[in-house]
Ligand binder design. Structure first.
Ligand code: SF4
Length: 275
């Protein structure tokens, strides 16, 4: 049993390693009640991860292995602090009046929030009781795990579609694309608001056909409010080095304004609102 700790204020750019060495493997299905879980850190004033001012809670655990991941220290549950959902919600309650007055709320990111589905669900339900807007940022890979009760406590899904071509998706994430598309279709069928996020990595995800297949898929979905193009950056490179992981992107450059313009145009031509 991991030792119960306190939620760490900080940043997604802080490096966390081996905080709970006896945590279970993240590939184990989360069948618990969600009273406890593993959290990397939280930020209290993001204006980037959903509408208004957000508290962003970063949970540990992810089954993907994106080659450009800027938070590889969130991959394993053992990198997170073992905390109770009640503790998380009591910290959140301190921020709730400000979040409500600034039309914001809670975004749970990671890692992948649906690795610890019950824990995430319990926090989302508590956030709704505090009167907060709720969101998760997810790859959608574990979308089949999300039951209707989980989705009912979600106001917005920030859905990372990392590639539209299955082969490219497999190459950059190590996993299959199909579950993400299936989850996106389910969210569209229930008219759940979605912001699609696409990380533009020159030489890896920028192929016009790859972008076009995402745009063609997302364009007709009226529940998709925004497509956000996220330019590749090197802010997470130091984590790969600190963790002795093989980093493929030493020489990958940030996308040029011309490339961003081309990709923006591809999404807009498909009928997407882009930012
Ligand atoms: S899904 Fe997110 S946290 Fe997981 S490997 Fe990819 S970028 Fe990293």
């Amino acid at each position: 049993m991991s030792k119960l700790g306190a939620l760490q204020a900080g940043s997604r750019h802080d490096l966390h390693i081996d905080i709970s060495p006896d945590a279970p493997d993240e590939s184990e299905v989360d069948r618990g009640e969600g009273a406890f879980g593993y959290a990397h850190s939280y930020e209290s004033s993001s204006r980037y991860d959903g509408p208004g001012l957000r508290v962003v809670l970063f949970l540990s655990g992810c089954l993907l292995r994106c080659t450009y991941c800027h938070n590889p220290d969130t991959w394993h549950l053992k990198a997170g602090t073992y905390v109770s959902a009640d503790h998380v919600l009591s910290r959140l309650a301190d921020f709730a009046p400000a979040l409500r007055s600034l039309d914001g709320g809670l975004t749970i990111s990671g890692g992948e929030p649906m690795v610890q589905l019950a824990f995430t669900g319990r926090i989302l339900a508590g956030a709704k009781q505090l009167g907060l807007h709720t969101a998760i940022e997810t790859s959608g890979f574990l979308g089949d795990r999300a039951d209707d009760k989980f989705l009912a406590n979600l106001d917005l899904v920030l859905l990372d579609i990392k590639s539209g071509d299955p082969e490219t998706y497999r190459r950059v994430t190590g996993r299959e694309l199909a579950p993400t598309l299936r989850f996106a279709e389910r969210l569209a069928a229930m008219n759940k608001p979605v912001w699609v996020r696409f990380t533009l990595v020159p030489g890896h995800t920028d192929d016009p056909a790859n972008v076009a297949s995402i745009a063609k898929f997302v364009g007709p979905m009226t529940n998709v409010e925004w497509v956000e193009i996220q330019p590749f950056h090197q802010l997470g490179a130091f984590k790969w080095k600190s963790m002795n992981l093989e980093y493929q992107h030493e020489n990958t450059q940030a996308p040029t304004p011309e490339l961003i313009k081309r990709v923006t145009g591809q999404f807009q031509e498909a009928g997407c609102h882009v930012r």
